[in-house]
Design a protein around this ligand. Structure first.
Ligand code: ADP
Length: 534
């Protein structure tokens, strides 16, 4: 449970502690909601966020929206004004249920204390079933403080592992037939597959078929980054050239350019694996729709290969993609190794890449930081990267890192954080320090909001510029952690080393070139089309 235990949820929090359960108390309800959903993602269960009434509860809304857009389960319990005093102007009385429900899979107000266990159980089912998502339970103060005869309270069996539906068997055969006809096949893996823990089945499928693959930002790590079949570094060419696309647990939304030209070919065949039937054929018609759980469906496909093998030989298609990936890597090489005294994104990321062990968890927050880090830092383990994903929500870095460390105390967690993004929930680095969560936040301090929203008026100070060289490292130290201030490229690595070895929550505050940017794009429309550059 991640909570900000104001009135009237104190009793819930106390009960939780009495039951010997762990709670992380935070400094802002948004942090609680975001940490809880990351907890869900890492554990394949439902993270819980508890917030106080009224405006305390509305502070969780952005977190709820982020969970909904990214298809992550989350249970938010909002304390609320007393039922018996509704419409009387009670303390923090607000239309919580009405305003929150549109963002949720399910939302309900508790109207009698004895139903609480039952409603929690229903909330869990709703959050986990099919496509996961956020749920909200409104808990009026008089329902929390009410007493009931325990003999009438029904306590249901806990709802745990979500169902794993299989796809229709005929469609599985059909999918292999379509794949067999492919000249330029491509497998795309998204975070729905990561949520499903489909990594073993995906790897077996790739080994058997030799299909080239790429991933979404959070699909990375589901398949090995160093395999020659990984064509992520030739993404544009792969998407444009593919004649059959197998899409597993990802949507043809803006991250994949709606599956439409100019990023994709005019004509290509789409095989889609998704647990949500309404997703099949959205934005591009699906030749075959495999509705089911990614792990199960990939298992079905692997099994079907035994009778109906599909093996893609090495062709010009893969050769061309490999060559393009090599060229792209060459383009960024000078930036990775730049000794230029004004530090750029690539140099910091290269130092982090070379320093971090392969089993690390990488959290990324802030537009350029998210985007460029994908090109530079390979992810070796499933669910090894978490970022704002589809929502483009800034400020997730601190809460996601807290949850990553709560769930994986022995795994190194690094958060790549723009200074603008850090501002959103930055105060909660104190929470990490207080709970002994030794996350290392690397702050990419370019002291401005990114270029595309900057105004260029000669002689006028840019209102988007922040005060340069802010001492976030000193802030961390004042709050009980370890701080490092870096303004020379060669000092990045030793600072990382000291931060990780401090064993404390730490900030490595890197002062950057205020004009630093991503590598130039080959086509102007690449920069224009994908607003976030994904
Ligand atoms: P990404 O950000 O990685 O591109 P998206 O959030 O766009 O991924 O898409 C994730 C997709 O995965 C959603 O359409 C969701 O319905 C689907 N999904 C969620 N859980 C599962 C599952 N267990 N099996 C298959 N698909 C799933």
């Amino acid at each position: 449970m991640y909570a900000l235990p104001g009135d009237p949820v104190g009793d819930i929090v106390n009960g939780w502690a009495e039951a010997g359960m762990k709670m992380i108390s935070v400094r802002h309800e948004q942090t609680a909601g975001m940490a809880a959903q990351a907890h869900s993602y890492f554990t394949r269960s439902v993270g819980v966020c508890v917030a106080a009434s009224g405006v305390g509860q509305t502070n969780t809304m952005t977190a709820i929206a982020n969970a909904q857009i990214n298809c992550w389960p989350l249970l938010v319990i909002g304390g609320a004004s007393e039922l018996r005093r509704r419409n009387m102007g009670d303390f923090q009385e607000l239309a919580q249920l009405e305003s929150t429900a549109p963002l949720c899979k399910w939302a309900y107000t508790v109207e009698s204390t004895e139903r609480i266990p039952n409603l929690i159980n229903i909330a869990m089912r709703e959050a986990l079933a099919g496509r996961p998502g956020p749920v909200y339970l409104d808990l009026p103060a008089d329902m929390i403080s009410g007493t009931v005869d325990e003999s009438i309270v029904e306590i249901p069996e806990p709802h745990t592992e979500p169902a794993r539906p299989l796809a229709e068997p005929d469609k599985v055969k059909q999918a292999l037939e379509v794949l067999k006809g492919a000249e330029r096949p491509l497998l795309i893996v998204g975070k729905g597959a990561a949520w499903s823990w489909a990594e073993n089945e995906l790897l077996e499928f790739v080994d058997k078929t030799q299909i080239p693959y790429l991933t979404s930002p959070m699909g990375s790590g589901m398949l090995p980054p160093n395999n020659p079949l990984n064509v992520s570094s030739a993404r544009t060419q792969a998407l444009q050239g593919a004649d059959v696309v197998l899409l597993v647990g990802a949507r043809m939304n803006w991250i994949f350019h709606f599956g439409q030209p100019p990023r994709f070919a005019e004509e290509y065949k789409l095989i889609q694996v998704d647990i949500e039937p309404t997703e099949i054929g959205r934005n591009h018609p699906a030749e075959v729709g495999l509705v089911g759980d990614a792990k199960m469906v990939m298992g079905q496909l692997v099994e079907a290969l035994a009778d109906n093998p599909v093996v893609f030989p090495e062709t010009d298609w893969l050769g061309g993609l490999t060559e393009k990936a090599r060229q792209n890597a060459e383009t960024i090489e000078p930036m990775l190794n730049s000794d230029f005294e004004q530090i750029g994104y690539y140099r910091i990321l290269k130092e982090i890449r070379d320093y971090m062990p392969e089993d690390s968890i990488v959290v990324a927050d802030g537009a350029s930081t998210m985007d460029i880090s994908r090109q530079v830092i390979p992810i070796h383990n499933p669910r090894g990267r978490i970022d704002a994903g589809v929502a483009g929500c800034v400020g997730t870095g601190v809460p996601f890192s807290i949850a990553a460390k709560v769930v994986n105390p022995d795994t190194p967690v690094v958060c790549l954080q723009g200074d603008w993004a850090f501002g959103f929930n930055g105060m909660d680095i104190e929470t990490a320090a207080r709970f002994g969560l030794n996350v290392v936040w690397v702050i990419f301090q370019n002291a401005n909001i990114d270029k595309w929203v900057r105004t260029y008026v000669d002689g006028v100070e840019d209102p988007n510029d922040f005060k340069p060289s802010v001492r976030f490292d000193q802030m961390m130290e004042a709050l009980g952690g370890h701080g490092e201030y870096v303004d020379k490229p060669d000092d990045i690595r030793p600072a990382l080393d000291r931060a990780f070895n401090s064993g404390k929550a730490a900030v490595v505050n890197v002062i950057m070139d205020p004009g630093a940017s991503r590598r130039p794009q080959q086509f102007a429309w690449l920069a224009r089309e994908g607003r976030m550059g994904y």
